[in-house]
Design a binder for this molecule. Structure first.
Ligand code: ZN
Length: 227
């Protein structure tokens, strides 16, 4: 669990009661909030974050200065790499040359505070041990929230679902059996999507298909609309 005390969930981000590097790609979307709202909502969406939180936040700060507004929310779509310390590097399934601590640990320790409320899902390059501690999601640092294997949150009138991991048919119908210490097999299967989580998301009445998959920035661009 995080050593920093998790901040209380602000009223604008809450769980639904229903079942539930520099190559980082960032896209933004401005959408009107509900008809009663007084202003638009400014969302930023990043693809693989790869532990480059400093780079992402500084890029967004520049965009804010250029555009004259503040982002309300940052959504990170997988490969977030919430590495708390050097020990966590041993729980991430990436080639040795890509094993870098990144900058998340500074936000975890409290040395820095995320300037924008951030939510993320897991991809296939994550701190598996840390993520396994939060199967249903939770605060990993002040202002940074992990959605867990699959869950739904509400923010400023938007309802957003997240599904972590990648699809692998051989593990799809298994349970989440992986526990630390991970071996060469379980450190990989731990991030494979499970049918139980798809089932939970399908129970959501207004959900036609799982939202916020790992490739969401591409989907957003293609569809040019927010669902
Ligand atoms: Zn990636």
């Amino acid at each position: 669990m995080a050593s920093v005390p998790p901040p209380p969930i602000p009223p604008q981000l809450s769980h639904s009661d229903e079942p539930s590097s520099k190559k980082t790609r960032i896209e933004t979307k401005t959408i009107p909030t509900t008809k009663h709202s007084q202003r638009q909502l400014h969302l930023a969406v990043a693809g693989c974050s790869h532990g480059e939180m400093d780079y992402i936040y500084s890029t967004l700060a520049k965009m804010e200065r250029n555009r004259g507004y503040k982002f309300d929310l940052l959504i990170c779509c997988g490969d977030y790499q919430a590495l708390r310390n050097n020990a966590d590097i041993n729980t991430i399934n990436v080639p040795h040359k890509h094993r870098k601590l990144g900058t998340f640990h500074q936000y975890y320790s409290g040395e820095k505070v995320a300037p924008i409320l951030t939510i993320f899902i897991g991809g296939n390059h994550e701190a598996t041990g840390f993520m396994a501690e939060l199967p249903y999601g939770g605060w990993v640092a002040p202002n940074i929230y992990y959605l867990g294997f699959a869950s739904v949150v509400q923010f400023a009138g938007l309802r957003m679902g997240g599904l972590s991991g990648i699809y692998k048919s051989a593990d799809y119908n298994k349970n989440h059996f992986e526990r630390p210490p991970f071996n060469n097999s379980s450190i990989i299967s731990a991030y494979h999507v499970r049918s139980i989580d798809i089932f939970r998301l399908k129970l959501l009445e207004t959900t036609k298909k799982p939202k916020c998959p790992m490739k969401m920035p591409l989907a957003l661009k293609r569809q040019n609309s927010w669902h």
